[in-house]
Design a protein around this ligand. Sequence first.
Ligand code: PMP
Length: 361
Amino acid sequence: DMPLTLDPENRIYRSPMVREHFLDKKPDLSKMIRLGSNENPYGPPKSAQKAACDSVVGGNRYAWQEMFDLVDKIAKKEGVSKESIMMGPGSSDLLEKVALVLFMHGGNIVSADPCYMSLIQVAKSVGATWKAVPVREDHSHDLKAMEAAVDKDTKLIYICNPNNPTGAITSGKELLDFCSRVSEKVPIFVDEAYIELAVGADTQSMVSLLQKNKNVIIARTFSKIMGMAGIRVGYMAAQPAFIAEIEKITRGGMGISYTSIAAASAAMDDNEFQGMTRKLNHEAKTYLYANLDKMGYKYIPSYTNFVIFPIKIAGKEMLSKMTAKGIVVRSFDIQNKPWCRVSIGTMDEMKSFVSALGTIS
Ligand code: PMP
C-alpha cells in the first residue's frame, strides 16, 4: 500500500517515461543510436567543455556573480533589460515554474494540438483545463481559432514555434500580429526551443515584442543549437514584474551550476559551432527527406532537428522494432493515427535509421 496519497484525484499528467524505463528494463541507452530526444549530436562545443572544466575549481562558491554576468550577456544579446531574464536548469524547468505559479488556482490554458506538452501537463496537474485547438492543414497554429478559445478563465496561451512534435512553423508576421494584439488580453508564452534551427524560414523570435512592453514570455534553451542538453541550461525573457513573481518560488535562478554557467557563456560565443550544427543538421535532414520520399513516407517539412511522418504500424510496435535494431525514436498518436518522430543525428546515424526503416513494414 502507498503510505501517502499524493494525488487523490489522479491529476498527475507527467510523463511516466523515466520510471517506465527502469520498469521495462529497456536496453542501455548509452549503447543505442539515440534519435528520440532531439539532441544535438555534435555538442557540447569544445569551447564549452573547456570552460566547464576550468570552472570546477571555483565550485566551492555559489555562482551568483557568474550568473549575473551570464544574465547580463543574454540580456544584451536579446536587447532587453537584465531584469527581464531568468535562468533555469533547462527551459523545461522554467516552463514548469510558470505553469505552477499561473495555474495554482486553476483556470485554463489555450494551445495548439499537437504541441509540446510539458507546460500543459504541469498546468493540468495543478488543476488547469487544457483548451486544445487543432493546427491547420499545413500544421501551423490556427491563431484565429486560438483567439476564439480564450475566455475569462484563460490564464495563458502557449505557443511552441517551431512546433514540437511536428517541426512546423507559423508565419512570423502572422504570429507577431497575433501576439502583439492578443497579449493585451492574456499572457502568451512562446517556446522557441528550436528557433535557431529555423534559419531562412518565414518566422522570427517574439523577443521584439518584449522590447515593446508586451505581455509575452519567451523561452530558449541551450539543449538544441548549443548541443548541451545534459548540461541543463535555459532561460526565459518576460516582463520584469512577471520574472520577479516566478523567482519567488526559486532561489533566484540558482538552480543552475557554476559549470553549466561557464559552459553556457562559452557556447554563446561559439558561432562556429552553431553554424556547423545548422549546416550538418540541414545536410542530414535533406538525406532523410530523400530517403523518406523513396520509401513513400509523407513527412511534415521540418524547421527543427527532427522529422515526423505517419506510419502504417502502431507506434509501440515501431518503437520495439527500432529498439531491436539499436535505435531509439519516438512515436506519437496524432488524431488517432500513429506517427514516428526521428531526431536528426549525424549522417551515419541517419543512414542506420534509413536502413532500419527499410526493413520495417
Ligand atoms: N521546449 C520544447 C519545445 C522542447 O522540445 C524541449 C525539449 N525537448 C524543451 C522545451 C525543454 O528542453 P530543455 O529543458 O532541455 O531546455
